[in-house]
Design a protein around this ligand. Structure first.
Ligand code: GCV
Length: 642
């Protein structure tokens, strides 16, 4: 009996090891990966990073030999040059370039494309993940389990074996797409992260990530010195406060010499900031910048600020009102980080006009990989098309960096929905090169993740991914509607959402403004809040004028009668109904496709998970459509068009 149980246990373990639970993401080796080890020749100084490059190639490269050439005179920055040939050669001017080049070579192999010469440099110097992980292990807007950092498993200068294994995957995964910075903790930051005991743990993580080219940053709570009891105030002009930050910077750099710097959410959604002392954001940011400057550290200051100083002003205008006049006053090591849209990571927003209004301060864009408003980890929503849309309006060349709010957690597959991994991948690929197409990135991810070259799987699934974001917009909030989510968790619909005790800017009714006269937020200069004024002149004119405003932004900028005649020739009410139905029909079609046509191509466990989630997505899409249309119908007084 015992023996039988033992045999079953072994079989179970073998299957468990074999089954693909997604924990290696797109770096899961294919089943036909060779057992032999490639020979890697290095010309140049060996380092921890070149050792990683060597290791990746030794175990991953199917040819017999690869050459790595470290050539400082090659002027490739963090980039690399790949020369195909019998012995492929990767040349780089830094060891990190060699690691990136190694992953690029392995990518060519995994994609099954003929090896070809390539020379690449990253478009953005800073390619950063922002983790919204709290010290208690929870993750704000995290949908894939608890925090990955496991602070309790880091002690005495080391970490548990389990954590080490998990962070090795994290580090390799990020290095494979060129991510070079990570902010470990939530922007709603606990001051405790800056205490000695946490900083020692941060050092352990920083030391671990360093060979992968990933620099550690921390979110800093602006009120830290006061909250930790060291000072009576957090006023940035107070000498004691300044000294505290200067000493803190010294302490951090003694532990972590390449510490990246602080990310700060100040005077926003209840967080402390310089405004508490009638000081400006520039006063606050510059005080931190002075403390970090001797060590080359950076302050990344978020422009996601609304409320306090601008009561009554249209929320989407507040970042420009708050920051534009400060442009030119920030220290050289301050970067302004702004979300892609002016509101809050909606399924669709026009680009944030702050990118048109800041000319002297370096700017970064903050994208949200975690799908707070896009079905969280339960909807298949591929975000690369949304991010590409942003880059149609804001040139990557005008930005010094790019940040993505991470979608990672301690679930086996890191991201919850198997397809949510594609968003992490796409973020990294676009951070490296924002000119890559969303289609190509989707295909790359599919081939590497599911190890198939079969066009009967790849082509339709790529189309499914490509259409998924637009479908989400349609079944949630088409034609420029926005923020009609349920309070707080932002998952389902709540078009009637209103709470007198909440700021109006959190209430769905504030955004759609549906009444018997019509629907939409009038942001024109002629009759509305004038938000269009904040855009550069060509966009301003396009959005202001109903004749040119694209349908997808219509109700973002205009309040229109239900009977308004759309470009399609239908009324606004009809098109609203059609769009909601289109969104649902999309999920119906792809849910059917997935169930009927994909099973044979991929691992059972992954397949089943996606299948179950698509069914759930379909139910949610119907709920969105029915709830929203039934609500709006009270005002339109018209039947729901099919
Ligand atoms: C980290 C939105 C989210 C908050 C988030 C905030 C921000 O309001 O709902 O969870 O807080 O954005 O970006 O600071």
């Amino acid at each position: 009996m015992k023996k039988t149980i033992f045999l079953f246990l072994n079989l179970f373990l073998a299957l468990a090891v074999y089954a693909d639970d997604g924990h290696l993401l797109w770096l899961q080796p294919s089943e036909d990966a060779r057992a032999t080890t490639a020979r890697v020749l290095l010309q140049g100084q060996e380092s921890a990073t070149t050792a990683l490059a060597r290791q990746e190639l030794e175990r991953g490269w199917n040819g017999s030999q690869v050459s790595l050439v470290l050539d400082a005179s090659a002027r490739l920055g963090d980039g690399y040059r790949l020369s195909a040939g019998n012995t492929p050669t990767i040349t780089a001017s830094s060891d990190l370039g060699l690691l990136y080049g190694s992953f690029a070579l392995l990518r060519q192999q995994a994609l099954g494309i003929p090896l070809h010469d390539a020379e690449e440099r990253p478009a953005f110097a800073l390619r950063m993940l922002n983790h919204w992980d709290n010290l208690d292990g929870s993750v704000e807007r995290g949908y894939a389990g608890k925090s990955i950092w496991k602070w309790e498993e880091i002690a005495d200068g080391g970490m548990s074996e389990a954590l080490r294994e998990r962070l090795t995957i994290y580090a390799r995964t990020n290095a494979s797409i060129g991510i070079n910075a990570t902010v470990l903790n939530n922007v709603n930051a606990s001051p405790r992260i800056l205490t000695d005991s946490y900083l020692r743990k941060v050092k352990v993580i920083a030391d671990f990530l360093r060979p992968y080219g990933i620099r550690v940053y921390l979110s800093a709570n602006f009120g830290s010195p006061k909250a930790l009891g060291a000072t009576k105030t957090a006023d940035p002009l107070d000498k004691k406060v300044q000294r505290w930050w200067t000493a803190k910077a010294k302490e951090i750099y003694a532990l972590i010499p390449d510490f990246g710097g602080f990310l700060v959410k100040a005077n926003s959604e209840g967080q402390p900031g310089p405004g508490d002392y009638n000081r400006s954001h520039a006063d606050g940011a510059n005080m931190l910048a002075v403390a970090l400057k001797p060590y080359g550290g950076q302050v990344i200051w978020r422009s996601f600020v609304y409320g306090a100083n601008h009561k009554g002003e249209d929320r989407v205008m507040q970042a420009v009102s708050e920051f534009a006049h400060l442009d030119g006053q920030f220290a050289a090591n301050v970067t302004l980080q702004s979300k892609n849209g002016p509101l809050d990571f909606q399924p669709r927003e026009p680009y944030a006009p702050i990118f048109d209004n800041i000319h002297c301060t370096p700017q970064m864009v903050e994208l949200q990989i975690t799908q707070e408003y896009l079905g969280q980890s339960r909807h298949l929503t591929y975000l690369a098309p949304m991010w590409k849309e942003f880059f149609q309006f804001v040139s990557p060349d005008s930005l010094s960096g790019i940040a993505g709010v991470a979608n990672t957690g301690d679930e086996a597959n890191w991201c919850g929905h198997p397809f949510s991994q594609a968003n992490w991948y796409a973020f990294g690929r676009l951070a490296w090169n924002p000119r890559l197409s969303a289609e190509m990135i989707a295909r790359e991810w599919l081939v590497q993740t599911f190890h198939t070259q079969d066009a009967r799987f790849l082509e339709p699934v790529q189309r499914m991914m490509m259409g998924s974001r637009e479908a989400c917009v349609n079944y949630m909030m088409p034609l420029g509607l926005h923020h009609i989510f349920k309070f707080d968790h932002h998952y389902g619909p709540e078009p009637d959402g209103f709470k007198a005790e909440y700021p109006l800017e959190w209430c769905p009714v504030y955004y759609h403004k549906a009444d018997t006269a019509g629907v939409g937020f009038d942001r024109t200069q002629a009759t509305g809040t004038g938000a269009t004024r904040q855009y550069r002149s060509d966009c301003q004119a396009v959005y202001e004028d109903l004749r040119t405003c694209p349908d997808e932004y219509l109700l973002w900028f205009h309040h229109l009668p239900w009977t308004y005649t759309m470009r399609s020739g239908h009324t606004l009410w009809q098109d609203l109904c059609y769009k909601y139905n289109e969104g649902v029909a999309w999920v119906e079609a792809w849910r059917y496709f997935w169930a009927s046509s994909t099973r044979q191509y991929i691992d059972d466990e992954q397949w089943l998970k996606v299948d179950t989630l698509l069914q759930h997505q379909l139910e949610n899409a119907r709920e969105w459509r029915d709830t929203c249309l039934n609500y709006f119908k009270q005002f339109s007084h018209q039947e729901i068009a099919q």
